[in-house]
Design a protein around this ligand. Sequence first.
Ligand SMILES: [Zn+2]
Length: 301
Amino acid sequence: MKCFLCQSSNVAQKYIYGPGTFSQESKEYFQNVKILTCDDCQISFCENIRRENLDKYYEKTQKKIQEVSNRFKEFNSRFFTQVLYFINHANLKKDINVLEVGPNNLGILPTLKIFQKKIKYYYFDQVELKHDHKEIFKLGNYFSPENKNLPMVDLIWMSHSLEHIFPDDLIKVLSSFYKALNKNGKIFIEIPNDIKMKTFNVPHTLFFNKKSLAKLFGQLNFKIIAYSEINSSEEYNMENRSIKENKDSSSKIPLINKIYLFLQKFLPDYFVKKFAFKNFVLNGPYTNLPIIRLIVEKKDL
Ligand SMILES: [Zn+2]
């Protein structure tokens, strides 16, 4: 077995998959899946996952994910901090074409619209987005690397999607993104820092660190213009992780917030804004889990 990224033969099993969130579906579709790690470029990847099983898994688990019902969802702190991160490191042009890979039932569009008047927005997902926006185009359920008819875009948004790509397709997928990007086009990426957390769960098929990300994007003629490991300081440990996760659990929404979520549907914007901002826009990071954020830019050949 060779490393698909750097062709080295120094690959070995270093990490083992855990049960994952949907343990029943995981058992059904991902029996005996194995992670290999390359000693040279340090990428870790699932060696024996099957594409059709991944598709079936997503189809089944998608039905279990709840819809976001809150207004002012553009201020969801995950998306809001991502856009702030992006404009802190790169410029947004006036009119942009954006492609998002896997927005799920929300995605980056509502938040980008705060900063950006004109957006032509394309996406791939099983979900049908219902945003109130004129130029929104679903390109398919999944991005297939054989798909050569991508529109030309300025920005590709990959929030928690890079780690889900079928490993054999990774180079092909990113190469076609490269071709679809206009001059100086950029990709925003956020992934969980699974290596740091030592959590290896399906359906994640790829596990990165700084070295493997640099290798991957360097090889594909991108330059990294921003890179951050968030919540990754050495004091981080499993103990304080579980405390903070419990606190953030959405199953414990206080009653007053539940009442708000119901009433907001009928109230005018100015009336609910203040309450919404106080209670739903967290003053602080959206997660305490280690994540990696990076922005890469297309280099001219
Ligand atoms: Zn390698």
